[in-house]
Write a protein that binds this ligand. Structure first.
Ligand SMILES: Nc1ncnc2c1ncn2[C@@H]1O[C@H](COP(=O)(O)OP(=O)(O)OP(=O)(O)O)[C@@H](O)[C@H]1O
Length: 233
């Protein structure tokens, strides 16, 4: 039986300053799986992730053609269409960057920030969601007694798990991760790899990675981005 698909990319063409990065890309991503994207530096891996959550749109010399569909509540939704607002899209499609980027505030406030943006005001509900997301990110035991300390007091690996937890607090269905372990030591990276595998129960994950050993440990599918486009590894 075919695996359920979560993301469909249709005839996608993208350029910066009229220089194409991708042309006529067609791809599908399996639900509840980790798809790794590998490929040479500068080929467009980060750019591709930015097309899946509309993060590229602030750049005036960028142009995109084609469609990106995601399956939400049994319906295919065009992420560039009118049915899904950009804030709603960003809640459904979370993003984690290469370098941990906690906000300059406490661990608790970092976690509460996305909830407050969406108007969640009930303090006990906020606490419940924060606790759940920190547990899902394997961080709760390490921070439960210091939630009001600065997020910058955490180690690099803990900061990256905080960023993953902050993405999870909005209950995303898709998580995009751009080289999430490349700034971490082997031990911290290994914790994050275990965490990503566990998160498949909740999300569909796309992970850009430069490490083939990491890809073979965690990915269900791997795609290589080369000059001709994506090909299975
Ligand atoms: N804002 C921008 N304006 C113009 N060109 C850009 C911009 N961002 C990226 N590019 C170009 O687009 C191409 C793809 O860049 P991108 O960062 O997506 O590659 P990458 O595969 O993620 O690289 P790396 O593995 O080094 O992170 C590169 O040639 C890059 O120079």
């Amino acid at each position: 039986m075919d695996k359920p698909v979560k993301i469909r990319v249709e005839n996608l063409t993208f350029s910066y300053h009229q220089t194409p990065v991708f042309e006529h890309i067609n791809l599908e991503f399996d639900a509840h799986a980790i798809t790794a994207i590998i490929g040479p530096s500068g080929r467009g891996k980060s750019t591709f992730l930015s097309l899946l959550n509309r993060l590229w749109e602030s750049q005036p010399f960028a142009r995109m053609e084609g469609k990106v569909w995601i399956l939400l509540d049994g319906q295919w939704v065009d992420i560039y269409g009118k049915t899904l607002s950009k804030p709603d899209l960003r809640r459904k499609v979370g993003m984690v960057f290469q370098t941990p980027n906690p906000l300059p505030m406490s661990i608790y406030k970092n976690m509460a920030f996305p909830l407050k943006l969406t108007g969640v005001a009930d303090k006990s509900l906020i606490e419940e969601k924060i606790t759940a997301a920190l547990r899902q990110a394997f961080l709760w035991d390490e921070v439960k007694d210091r939630l009001h300390d600065s997020a910058f007091s955490l180690s690099g690996g803990q900061q990256q798990r905080l960023c993953i937890a902050r993405a999870l607090v909005s209950q995303p269905e898709i998580l995009l991760l751009d080289e999430p372990t490349s700034s971490l030591d082997a031990g911290a990276a290994s914790v994050i790899e275990d965490l990503l595998v566990r998160l498949k129960e909740r999300c569909t994950l796309i992970v850009v990675s430069h490490y083939l050993d990491q890809v073979s440990r965690i990915a269900d599918t791997a795609l290589k981005l080369e000059a001709r486009g994506f090909s299975p590894v």
